[in-house]
Design a protein around this ligand. Structure first.
Ligand code: GLA
Length: 739
């Protein structure tokens, strides 16, 4: 599936197999299709194919299969499990992750179900870890005998099946429902100190009593910086709170380990996290103009551009050389109007406050192309999934206007979940009750100097099960135009139902050409973002069908595995990146994400987040923030407001970085920049600190004498023949080299 709903509850209570558990990693069989007999213990599944459950059924040779499938395994459940267990009342079955819906049968009896009614196209179907618990005296369990576990799956799209690593049968444990809640923000104190409160929580009524060991280590040296053990007691409804402060930290991440040991059962729970560190310098009170150097618009269409500038308010804005038809609001920096004449217009912006003034040369290109630099904005999906509503969008827009638009962030994009289930009698698309006034919402966003985006699918339904644009493309484009929409993300979902089962290239292009034609009839500059997961090497033809960007991959998740496998595999698409047409390796997973109503801090470490923003900027990707904008913590804000990093993404040459060096421990990616310099990312992909070096005579560096640490915005003094950087695990050193 491509709807990713990480169940925060289940993610928080991550069930681990214990030593005596029966592993279920091997021995599964799979059949795609559906039959009531397949739950039966007497059904003969010998002819079924053996399946490797670390991967999806697509990877197991069922290309692009959506629909029903069954997994079966024969397993002896020994009564010794029960005898050895501390708690003896429930059996726990870990089924890895399920994509999307499932029903689980033990010896023919239904023992659990997830994701709504299996077989429906479930709105908000859940991909995620799956664990079922049944009473140990449930008569379906055949102790010390062979049992047949049969799992019926329904997949709505994309990858499907059960896959992952956590497959086992064991007894439910006292620690199953205990978690260390680390969701609170870190507080930044004087002299580089950090403080925070964490909570030990449970949904059980068992009285937990024992010790909480807290340990801080430096992953570079393995030195223990701080260690403390406290008494801890908690039970359902009465959490234990632990507050700590760590002093005098360097600019790097440290590892924190929380270990709770329950006295009575002797059971142990360990959780880790890393500490944040800020690299972006604090913005000066003096005026500074940020953002791209160029902006493209079409003649005769409404124009909207906010001059991104930082500095102590009030700021006064000026623009010299604006083409006829445009006017600037000197107090807000918002330029509006319409330009009739095509042309390249050099403009000088000036921004002043009490402390001084600053100018910047800028180019407005009125022509056929828009989106000359990748979109910088917010999209609702990775945060709110289908639970997005008008209020959340307004909060995001306000937060962007208050905290981010000064750095060039401009788009507020509503993803799936705004549409009604039925069209109006005249066939027009309508919003659902969460969006009572789309035109009013768009006006609000425009009033802040920001642009508004929306989502649809070429199929009869969207991926989330709402109305798609099939056979209503022109009508929908017209409605978007009437609302004042500036950006359309156009998915693929449910289009498979109305095209050939194995679409060839013309069939893959078709829905995007149809919508392109419809958008061209609208008197607005609508950025067109294709979202078909990279099928048919879309990067080779995305520009030809009029896409301003195209997704090159399936949906991203907030894990290193997902981030690194997507990000470091973009080199094939890089040569196709150009002004107006960019590769899109999917939206950002920094800050608080959740794909639904409840959010969690991204599971990426702080170093991984630096890697994410650096790599996406090197790739000239659209940067679409996917977090709750109402709660931007200091780290996330500093990550998203580094003007020199954003300048690499927004570089007017529009090139995508290519991979220069790859080995088991690190990769070096190089991007050519408009000013003749290069942006270079030295990425540590290993789990240990690495020193990454490049000879100064290497073709990538030859002729360049200045090395700038882009995150810290300062020049690096280097002597000797090589340029070297010590890089944290999964972290990055992003440098800009110039003559
Ligand atoms: C697909 C896309 C996601 C999101 C969802 C909405 O999965 O890839 O980015 O738009 O659909 O349902």
């Amino acid at each position: 599936m491509r709807k990713l709903f990480v169940l925060t509850l289940l993610a928080a209570i991550f069930f681990k197999a214990t030593a005596q558990d029966v592993p279920l990693n091997k021995g599964w069989k799979l059949a795609v299709g559906d039959s009531v007999q397949w739950s039966s213990p007497t059904y003969n599944d010998q002819h079924w194919a053996t399946v490797n459950v670390t991967q999806s059924w697509e990877q197991e040779g069922h290309p692009d299969y959506n629909g029903f499938g069954w997994y079966r395994i024969h397993v002896v459940i020994p009564s010794s499990l029960k005898e050895k267990a501390f708690l003896k009342d429930s059996l726990r079955i870990n089924l890895g992750s399920v994509d999307d819906n499932d029903e689980v049968y033990l010896n023919g009896k239904l023992i659990g179900r997830f994701g709504g009614k299996t077989g429906d196209i479930v709105k908000g179907a859940f991909y995620g870890p799956r664990t079922y618990t049944i009473a140990a005296n449930n008569p379906s369990i055949l102790w010390d005998k062979e049992n047949v576990l049969a799992v019926r799956i329904y997949d709505t799209g994309g990858d499907g099946g059960i896959y992952g690593t956590n497959f086992s049968i064991g007894m439910a444990d006292v620690m199953d429902h205990v978690s260390v809640n680390t969701e609170a923000d870190f507080n930044y104190g004087e002299r580089n100190s950090l403080s925070k409160s964490i909570k030990l929580l449970t949904t059980n009524h068992y009285d937990y009593k024992g010790k909480l060991a807290f340990k801080v280590t430096d992953p570079e040296t393995n030195a223990v910086l701080y260690e403390k053990t406290n008494d801890a007691a908690f039970t359902g409804g009465k959490p234990f709170t632990y507050t700590f402060e760590i002093a005098r930290l360097e600019k790097k991440s440290y590892a924190i380990t929380y270990t709770f040991t329950d006295e009575k059962s002797g059971k142990v729970l360990t959780q880790t996290e890393t500490t944040p560190y800020l690299l972006t310098p604090y913005p000066s009170a003096k005026p500074k103009i940020n953002g791209a150097d160029v902006f493209g618009a079409r003649p005769g269409n409404p124009f909207l551009y906010l001059i991104p500038a930082t500095g102590k308010k009030p700021l006064v804005y000026k623009a010299q050389g604006l083409p006829d038809g445009l006017k600037l609001d000197a107090a807000t920096g918002i330029i509006t109007g319409t330009v009739a004449q095509k042309g390249t217009y050099p403009v000088t912006f000036t921004v002043s406050n009490k402390l001084g003034s600053k100018t910047k040369e800028f180019t407005i290109v009125i022509g056929d192309k828009i989106g000359l630099t990748p979109a910088l904005g917010w999209n609702s999906w990775n945060a709110w999934g289908l639970s997005v509503d008008d209020k959340k969008v307004r909060i995001s827009a306000k937060a962007m206007a208050d905290r981010l638009s000064a750095h060039g962030w401009a788009y507020i994009n509503i993803d799936d979940g705004w549409e009604a289930e039925q069209r109006l009698p005249d066939g027009k698309i309508a919003t659902n009750s969460k969006f009572p006034d789309m035109k009013g919402l768009t006006d609000y966003v425009h009033g802040l100097g920001l642009r508004m985006g929306i989502y649809s699918s070429p199929g009869p339904r969207t991926c989330g099960g709402f109305l798609g644009s099939w056979q209503h493309e022109e009508q929908d484009a017209q409605t978007y135009g009437d609302w004042g929409i500036d950006y359309l993300k156009y998915d693929w979902c449910a289009y498979s139902e109305v095209t050939s089962p194995n679409p060839d290239l013309p069939a893959l292009k078709k829905p995007y050409q149809v919508m392109r034609g419809a958008l061209d009839k609208i008197n607005r500059d609508i950025m067109y973002s294709l979202c078909q997961y990279g099928w048919g090497n879309v990067w080779e033809w995305g520009a030809e069908v009029g896409g301003n960007s195209w997704r090159t991959t399936g949906d991203i998740q907030d894990t290193w595995r997902s981030l690194s496998s997507i990000g470091f595999n973009q080199d094939k698409a890089a040569p196709f990146s150009q002004p107006g047409h960019f590769n899109d390796p999917d939206m950002l997973v920094v800050g608080k994400v959740g794909w639904g109503p409840s959010l969690h801090n991204t599971h990426l470490t702080y170093d991984e987040q630096y890697t994410h923003i650096s790599l996406w900027s090197l790739l000239s990707s659209p940067l679409l923030i996917g977090c709750d904008m109402g709660h931007l913590d200091s780290f996330t804000l500093s990550l998203l407001t580094n003007d020199e990093v954003l300048a690499i993404d927004q570089d007017a040459l529009g090139k995508g970085a290519s991979r220069y060096i790859k080995n088991d421990n690190y990769q070096i990616w190089v991007k050519e920049l408009k000013d003749g310099g290069k942006a270079i990312g030295l990425f540590n992909i290993s789990d240990k600190y690495q020193t990454i070096s490049l000879d100064k005579n290497d073709p990538a560096l030859k002729g360049f004498t200045k090395f700038r640490d882009v995150w810290q915005q300062k020049y690096i003094i280097t002597t000797g023949k090589t340029f070297s950087a010590k890089v944290a695990p999964h972290g990055v050193m992003l440098v800009k080299v110039s003559e």
